[in-house]
Ligand binder design. Structure first.
Ligand code: ADP
Length: 226
């Protein structure tokens, strides 16, 4: 599903250059749950940005679901994001002027999915996260756990092959955190989705991700078992 070879990302040039990812190599099979661990500044966000098609490598190759991301132009990268990836962030990133339904619908609108199909898909995603009854509410009327469940619905609505979750439980109480993790794991179990979970929480990684990638100073320390 993911093959990274000599993956390198540098920011800036000359004396201001920073090597955020330095010759990183790993492979991930479809349906794997991977924890991505490392201190702040170790390169986790940079790696997630490359995996999510939000940025492109400076050198090396990154092949995801048969697509070589470094060779895609802007429009093809946008297509890749809409068709292949679902994102869940620590801070939810919902649009507060839109309803829960409209937030979840957004990736489908951007992908040009017809209205009737959008409705069916949004309803299925909201049912999966148990928010059907809140579909016309505004995110500001929801609890933190419900907001993150809305974000999970938005991430899974287009049935992505890759789910990227960046500290998805970082702002939640322990009951809501468990709920959100179980919903993500249900996606993996039911659809064979591949999950990458950035976390500082070793216990969370131990519980949910059988394999972890550990990063330090832009390098991958290990790609072994948790
Ligand atoms: P993490 O997510 O593990 O905290 P990052 O991937 O954000 O780490 O950062 C890795 C390194 O790259 C850090 O030294 C950071 O300062 C640097 N970095 C990240 N983004 C940029 C950028 N846009 N410009 C310059 N340096 C950056």
């Amino acid at each position: 599903m993911i093959v990274a070879k000599q993956l390198t990302k540098k920011y800036g040039t000359g004396t201001a250059a920073v090597t955020a990812l330095d010759d990183v190599n790993f492979t991930v099979e479809a349906g794997e749950c991977i924890g991505l661990l490392g201190r702040s500044g170790s390169g986790k966000s940079t790696l997630m940005n490359l995996l999510g098609g939000l940025d492109q490598p400076s050198a090396g190759s990154l092949n995801i679901a048969g697509q070589e991301l470094g060779s895609l132009n802007r429009a093809s990268l946008a297509d890749y994001r809409l068709s292949t990836v679902g994102f869940v962030f620590q801070a939810f990133h919902l649009i507060h002027s839109k309803t829960v339904f409209e937030n979840v619908e957004l990736p489908l609108v951007l992908a040009g999915v017809p209205k009737a199909e959008r409705k069916a898909k949004v309803n299925a995603a909201l049912e999966a996260v148990r928010l059907t009854a809140r579909d016309h509410h505004n995110p500001s009327q929801l609890s933190g756990g419900e907001r993150q469940r809305t974000a999970v619905a938005r991430a899974i609505v287009n049935q992505p092959r890759l789910l990227l979750a960046d500290e998805p439980t970082g702002n939640l109480d322990s009951a809501s955190a468990k709920d959100v993790m179980e919903l993500l794991m249900e996606q993996v179990r039911a659809n064979g989705t591949t999950l990458l979970l950035v976390t500082h929480d070793e216990a969370l990684a131990k519980q949910y991700t059988p394999r972890v990638l550990r990063m330090a100073d832009g390098k991958l320390l290990s790609a072994g078992v948790c």
